[in-house]
Write a protein that binds this ligand. Structure first.
Ligand code: SF4
Length: 480
């Protein structure tokens, strides 16, 4: 069964890093300007865009899996267009047409403006065009995210509260494991004026938190004035909260960290990718810092930003990693430096030097990975437990994905906090007063749970007291 739609719709599914989130936001803005609305599900859209990632082998496999699943949707609705963009599109431009001929268009990471133009050109074709509205189709498993993990549609009642602003594209550092410089090109820093103006526009459109995004964001320089990343952060006075991802340890100077301490809107968290605790492996990775230099930056953070959380990325099983090299990484993790860590097993990427080197047996890597995860989990648990009994000011994310009676929110140090929806909860009202004070009652490995005690319009306001949700008597009696 089909229905008519008056407005063309685009669905954007995003995989991978915040760079891709920022690119998806740009695509969404161009689509909205061209007269599309944003669909919540692929089967409701005229144009389905997969913004892909290829940073690890499983990301690439997931992207191809999703492309193949969506073939069924194209067969049901031939007018629907399937577009692939992002790093996989850049890497596999020719190969993709061969592997997935049902894909209508492929746009590399530097061709997003052309994608925006193309959306505009397609727009008129979709006026009052039929879209699939088939109850059977809508219930099919294949349209859900088929492999679990992170892939988000961009539409949402609270999505305007957070904005990604790209300050720099590409990377010239050529870490030997990384595909990014090969698919996104060398450093390209945006001018300061353009960034300041985009941040201001985002805030005018409702953003409460702005995330500055770049592959090595703190390497940013303004070619005209010579301003560095610390100067840029100080110049951005519009957002209620400011945050950034992903800095490179090499590009943090003591002066820059002191400058960040002078920006009151800055979220109290810095992501500092360690990758390895061994100098030998850091050299093989071409990371451009030593273990001592990394720890010096941690010391500066402790000195000037004592309440900030430090999070990190770590790769286990990089070619040549001995048990002693791994022990040096584990030692740093066990010392409790990191509030949280993204831990990865090394993944060979085509075209990178490390992919050609002798690999470590999988069983060895898996065993090291387990030890590393166990060590970091203990630290993360303790960090989350330290929030119990305290009130945390969080920015609302929306209804919890696992329980629609609850809200999800994020604290400034990027911890997920879940709480029951307060009595009289109204989505529109909470979008206007999105700052929640949540009293943390329990901690978990993934974050915290608690109850909303206040909500505020502005981050620095005290806000209104919130009524407790009604007690669930059935639940109480079942516990008795
Ligand atoms: S710094 Fe290294 S890991 Fe980061 S994007 Fe550049 S090459 Fe990749």
């Amino acid at each position: 069964m089909h229905s008519l739609t008056a407005m063309a719709r685009v669905y954007i599914e995003t995989y991978g890093c915040q760079m891709n989130e920022a690119d998806s936001q740009y695509i969404a803005d161009r689509a909205l300007a061209a007269g599309y609305s944003l669909a919540q599900r692929p089967e409701e859209a005229n144009v389905v865009i997969l913004n892909t990632c290829t940073v690890r082998d499983n990301a690439e496999r997931r992207a191809y899996g999703r492309v193949h699943h969506l073939k069924l949707l194209k067969e049901r609705d031939p007018a629907m267009r399937l577009v692939v963009t992002g790093c996989l599109a850049e890497q596999d431009r020719d190969r993709m047409q061969r592997l997935a001929p049902h894909v209508d268009a492929v746009f590399g990471t530097k061709e997003l403006a052309q994608l925006g133009d193309r959306l505009g050109a397609w727009r008129t074709e979709y006026d009052a065009l039929r879209i699939v509205d088939d109850a059977h189709l809508a219930s099919e498993e294949f349209l859900r995210e088929p492999f679990g993990g992170k892939a988000d549609g961009i539409a949402g009642a609270f999505s305007h509260l957070r904005a990604f602003v790209t300050v720099q594209r590409g990377c010239s550092y050529y870490c030997t494991f990384c595909i990014v410089p090969h698919v996104r090109g060398r450093f390209d820093h945006r001018p300061m004026d353009a960034i300041v103006s985009e941040v201001r526009t985002s805030v005018e459109r409702g953003a409460r938190e702005v995330m500055l995004v770049g592959q090595t964001v703190n390497a940013w320089r303004d070619a005209a004035s010579g301003a560095d990343f610390g100067d840029l952060c100080r110049a951005l006075t519009d957002p209620e909260r400011l945050t950034f991802i992903s800095p490179h340890p090499k590009d943090f100077s003591e002066t820059m960290i002191r400058a960040l301490a002078g920006v009151p809107s800055m979220n109290p968290r810095v992501h500092l990718p360690l990758q390895s605790g061994s100098d030998l492996i850091l050299r093989r990775m071409n990371r451009k810092y030593t273990r001592a230099a990394f720890m010096e930056r941690v010391e500066w953070i402790r000195r000037y930003l004592p309440h900030w959380a430090v999070t990190t990325d770590i790769i286990v099983g990089f070619p040549g990693e001995s048990e002693d090299d791994f022990a040096q990484t584990l030692e740093i993790v066990e010392s409790g430096v990191f509030a949280n860590a993204f831990t990865f097993i090394y993944s060979q990427r085509r075209g990178t030097p490390a992919a050609r080197w002798e690999q470590i047996p999988h069983a060895v890597v898996a065993e090291r990975f387990r030890r590393l995860v166990d060590a970091q989990n203990a630290v993360t648990q303790a960090y989350h437990a330290s929030k119990t009994g305290k009130v945390s000011r969080c920015l609302i994310v929306g209804t919890s994905k696992k329980d629609e009676t609850k809200l999800a929110a994020k604290s400034g140090d990027n911890v997920t906090v879940i709480a029951p929806k307060p009595t009289g909860y109204d989505e529109g009202e909470y979008a206007r007063t999105p700052w929640l004070d949540i009293e943390v009652e329990a901690s978990h490995l993934w974050g915290c749970t608690g109850r909303v005690v206040r909500r505020a319009e502005r981050v620095n306001e005290e806000g209104l007291a919130v009524a407790r949700p009604p007690v669930n008597l059935l639940l109480l009696s079942s516990r008795a």
